[in-house]
Design a protein around this ligand. Sequence first.
Ligand code: HEC
Ligand code: HEC
Length: 295
Amino acid sequence: MNALTIKALGFAALLIIATIYVVMSMDIDLTDRVNAIAMGGAIAIAVITAGVVVKYVNQMKTDTATGELMEDNWDGIGERTNELPSGWAYTFLAVFFWSMWYGLIGYPVDQYSQIGEYNEEVIAHKATYEKKFENATPEMLTDMGRSLYFVQCAPCHGNTGDGLSGKAQDLTKRMSKAQILDVIKNGSNQLKYPMGMMPPGMASGQDAEDIAEYIAGGLKGEAPTAYAACTSCHGADSKGNAGMSPDLTGYDEILIKHTLQNGKKGIIGAMPSFKTMITPIQEKALTAYIQSIAQ
Ligand code: HEC
Ligand code: HEC
């Protein structure tokens, strides 16, 4: 027996003693068959590990390479033209066939999946939710909207809805003068209203300034004459022609729906789409809450 074997046996013995110590201190019943098998397995693993280490370390010391050296080498490291070790090749093939069996027969990808089950549960839950709150009162909707708002919207729009100093829309007002001027100048095509896009350059110069001032001020008093160019699409009352284009006077449910469905790129950043997260009742609730914080 050489020194290495003695060391390895010593190490295996140490592992076995440690295992026995743990088993004893945990008061495990070794007359139980499963526990006994597990204990036997642990001892076997310790002995086999020691044996394998001894075998290969000894082999490394005496082994000489066989096979022809290939011409290519990388920084002096070459490769020999040995056959694939057959054990490796058979294991590879076995794993390959097993994976085919697993994916197609054992656990077919088109059958049960946890994600699928989760998605189905979410759909079912949303349906019950929609049914339960079908006839929610305006107060309930506002309360519901407040909770939703604090989870989903407040991180960008701020706890008070002020848009965190311009980082997102200030929801206590409809739109700022700068935002309106931006839309008049560049047009807009992101909310997917039936009317489609708003073309750029609908007004310019002083006219644009006057119009932006008028809308940002809440459309009070006499409209500037140039505003006539806008009412053809936004409606004589500026409320968006029954959902054909955005309501410019406030946050109606249609605008909230379009914004949640499509997201919105602002001057500063972008709002993601909430398409898959928010249900129709929740849209109503958010509308009610946002209308309640308008100044
Ligand atoms: C050809 C029809 C049309 C005309 C004319 C028009 N708009 Fe629009 N406007 C739209 C549509 C459609 C949208 C939605 C664009 C989108 O999907 O992003 C829109 C969006 C807007 C928005 C942004 C609303 C929001 O919530 O993002 C503002 C502000 C606006 N229009 C102001 C005006 C003003 C001011 C005028 C007149 C100078 C005007 N529009 C003329 C069709 C029009
Ligand atoms: C990741 C940040 C972010 C989150 C989260 C977010 N928003 Fe926004 N929101 C924005 C930005 C940015 C704008 C565009 C501001 C601009 O036009 O300059 C915007 C615009 C809006 C507008 C104005 C749309 C228009 O065209 O007038 C509404 C309404 C709105 N958000 C509602 C919501 C609601 C309701 C939620 C929660 C469900 C929400 N937002 C969550 C960033 C966000």
